[in-house]
Design a protein around this ligand. Structure first.
Ligand SMILES: Nc1ncnc2c1ncn2[C@@H]1O[C@H](COP(=O)(O)OP(=O)(O)OP(=O)(O)O)[C@@H](O)[C@H]1O
Ligand SMILES: [Mg+2]
Length: 342
């Protein structure tokens, strides 16, 4: 599978200055990975681990104090490559929505409450598509049909729609220009479980239909099991494991992944899941060595001083753990999720 995105040793920090005291939060700290054409890649990790910061770099949506301090993020679009870390604002404008689109965390706010949905589509997509008047309206109506939305909503205001419909509209805005690459940060978290399922199925359908690639973030592992081809696990600003979805659930090779997989709720099971001891590290002053070592049940002395590199540990599977061979592979919840996947 040809890659559409290559991320190379990417570092993005929040660089702040409080009354002369410099503070840097190393939210994305040396991430290398790539995403294939037509691939659905899921990113998981607990709150504050840097998922949104990473995704903002990939979406070319960073604002100070967040800055890329090193590395590259290069898209290989059908008509040429572009490294976002080197691109000019004009080059980024030229790909936004047309080739690269995103649904940001809390993105319902893109729906201006005093504009009708039809106008919002116009603001968003008329120029990138180079269409106006009836041609534009036809294109939008055709697209709404794919989203199973009634064209009459074009005359409605956002508050007149249900939460699920509003989320469909934001997905519609992000997909109306047929982008080659789509980014979604927690696209379903605000929705109830039944609506979540519909929205996920919709995202997957659109992706197949358009032949595009998606990277999406959620800390909900069940969502990954349902729609991702591959999953990457971020811990404290670093990619600590990456594998095809089935493998990740059936045979995690990083203790943090094993914890995430084991903590999946199981129907009818009321026993408490073991909580992970300790807290996620402060990214302004992360622990030396493996950042997970203070909370890791397998940690040895080496883990406190030496950073484990992300290495190939199986077909398509990479783990950044000195003790990956000793990670307990399977829990009942994991096998069920692995079975549920596709
Ligand atoms: N505007 C900001 N200024 C300074 N630090 C920030 C800013 N936004 C985020 N951070 C810090 O960067 C780190 C990573 O945050 P980020 O939002 O990327 O995490 P996340 O994994 O998306 O979390 P969540 O699951 O809660 O959405 C955190 O330590 C956070 O406090
Ligand atoms: Mg986030």
């Amino acid at each position: 599978m040809a890659d559409i995105l290559t991320v190379d040793r990417l570092k993005a920090y929040y660089l702040m200055n409080y009354y002369g005291v410099r503070r840097e939060v190393r939210a994305v700290d040396d991430i290398s990975m790539s995403i294939g054409r037509n691939e659905v890649y899921g990113i998981a990790g607990e709150s504050s681990s840097g998922k949104t910061s990473f995704i903002k770099v990939l979406a070319a949506a960073i604002r100070p104090p967040l800055r890329v301090v090193d590395g590259h993020a290069t898209y290989h679009f059908k008509d040429g490559s572009i490294d976002l870390t080197q691109a000019t604002p004009a080059q980024i404008e030229a790909i936004r929505w047309r080739k690269l689109s995103y649904i940001m965390q809390g993105s319902m706010s893109v729906l201006n409450p005093v504009r009708k949905i039809g106008k919002i589509f116009e603001d968003f997509a008329s120029r990138p598509l180079g269409l106006s008047g009836t041609d534009f309206r036809q294109r939008v109506v055709g697209h709404l049909d794919k989203l199973k939305l009634d064209p009459r909503i074009l005359n409605a205001y956002p508050h007149e729609l249900s939460g699920g419909m509003r989320q469909r509209v934001t997905i519609g805005l992000a997909t109306v220009c047929n982008p080659e690459f789509m980014i979604a940060d927690e696209p379903t978290t605000a929705l109830d479980v039944v609506v979540q399922k519909d929205v996920l199925a919709l995202i997957k359908d659109l992706q197949r239909d358009m032949g595009s690639s998606i990277v999406f973030v959620t800390h909900d592992m069940a969502v990954h099991a349902n729609i991702a081809d591959r999953v990457g696990i971020i811990y404290a600003g670093r990619l600590v494991e990456e594998a095809p979805t089935r493998t990740l659930f059936a045979a995690p090779r990083h203790p943090y992944t094993a914890h995430l997989v084991a903590s999946l709720p199981r129907i009818g099971d009321t026993t408490q899941r073991p909580a992970l001891d300790g807290r996620p590290p402060n990214l302004a002053d992360p622990p030396a060595g493996c950042r997970f070592h203070p909370r890791c049940p397998l940690a040895i002395d080496k883990c406190k001083t030496e950073v484990p590199p992300l290495v190939e540990v199986g077909p398509g599977q990479r783990s950044a753990c000195w003790r990956w061979r000793d990670v307990e592979p399977l829990t009942p919840g994991a096998s069920r999720m692995a079975e549920a996947h596709q």
